[in-house]
Structures are given as C-alpha cells and as structure tokens.
Write a protein that binds this ligand. Structure first.
Ligand SMILES: Nc1nc2c(ncn2[C@@H]2O[C@H](COP(=O)(O)OP(=O)(O)OP(=O)(O)O)[C@@H](O)[C@H]2O)c(=O)[nH]1
Length: 145
C-alpha cells in the first residue's frame, strides 16, 4: 500500500488512475469465514466499498447489520455501497436498498454513496454503471490522498 502512496494528483489519465485504484484495493469476501478479517483490514483503508446483492432480499438484513457494526467506531470513513445485480428481475431498486441498509443512520460526518451496478453474467463487458462506479471511486481516492 505504502508503495502506492505517490502523489496521484500528478496523474492526469483517469483510466490509468482507475486501474491503479483497483490494483491498490484489498478485496475481502463476504462469506462468514472471512468476516473476522474485515476489522483487521479496516484501519488500513481510505475508503470502504461495500458490495451487496440487490436481488438477495433475505440476506440484506444481515448485510445491514454487518455494515453498521463494521463502521460504528469510525465516524469519518467514506463508504461507497454498490447495489450490485441490478439487472436481475426482482432486484431491489436504489431506494429500497437505501432503506434496507438503513443508510440514513450511517451519519452525516462521512461521505456516503450508493450506486446501482451490475456486471455481465459472463464477465464479457463492463457495464456503464460499473464504469461510473469505478470513476467515482477513483475520484474519491484522489481526494483522499
Ligand atoms: N446477473 C448478474 N450476475 C452477477 C452479477 N454479479 C455477479 N453475478 C454472478 O453471480 C454469481 C455469484 O457471484 P457473487 O454473488 O458475486 O458471489 P458471492 O458473493 O461469492 O456468492 P454468495 O456469497 O453466494 O452471494 C456468479 O455467477 C456471478 O457471475 C450481476 O451484477 N448480475
């Protein structure tokens, strides 16, 4: 991580920056066996990107509880929630996801964004929603340097 702490303001190519952000990210899965690692990584991150499955209504209450627990002791950590799988029939819309995750309770001190995304099932192309999310994340990353 430290090796990547160069002055990103000097970089003017957004594509390069987006790729660099992805390189610098620490993806941690959401499975039960991996959740104990979340708090371990949290102090090292500039920005939390929390991905939920918008079509998995049954697990949204757990996703809400875990998100709130994760950030309860860090009132300023910026959070980007990706409401993924928006392409699936029955997926909750952004307003429903906002309510299901109780994002209005997350506090007004931090930057918080909620974006609907989806990826092609075969991974063949990057959707425009995912490109928008990547660009937002890159811009936030720049601001946080
Ligand atoms: N239609 C659609 N499928 C997706 C999307 N994102 C991931 N998938 C597919 O969903 C399947 C499961 O992927 P994920 O939900 O990301 O996997 P996971 O989070 O490890 O699995 P769970 O913990 O069981 O939810 C894979 O076949 C992915 O290709 C999406 O936005 N739309």
């Amino acid at each position: 991580w430290e090796a990547c702490c160069l002055d990103l303001r000097e970089l003017c190519c957004l594509d390069y920056l987006v790729n660099l952000v992805l390189l610098c990210s620490l993806p941690v899965g959401g499975g039960e066996s991996l959740r104990s690692y979340w708090k371990m990584y949290l102090p090292q991150v500039l920005l939390l990107i929390y991905v939920v499955d918008s079509a998995d209504h049954a697990r949204l209450p757990v996703a809400k509880q875990l998100l709130h627990q994760l950030i309860e002791n860090n009132s300023t950590l910026p959070v980007v929630v990706l409401a993924n799988k928006q392409d699936l029939e029955g997926a909750y819309c952004i307003t429903d996801i906002h309510d299901a995750l109780a994002l209005s309770d997350i506090g007004d001190k931090r930057k918080m964004f909620l974006i609907g995304t989806h990826v092609a099932e075969d991974g063949s192309e990057i959707s425009s929603s995912m490109k928008d999310a990547k660009e937002l994340i890159a811009e936030l990353f720049l601001e946080l340097q």
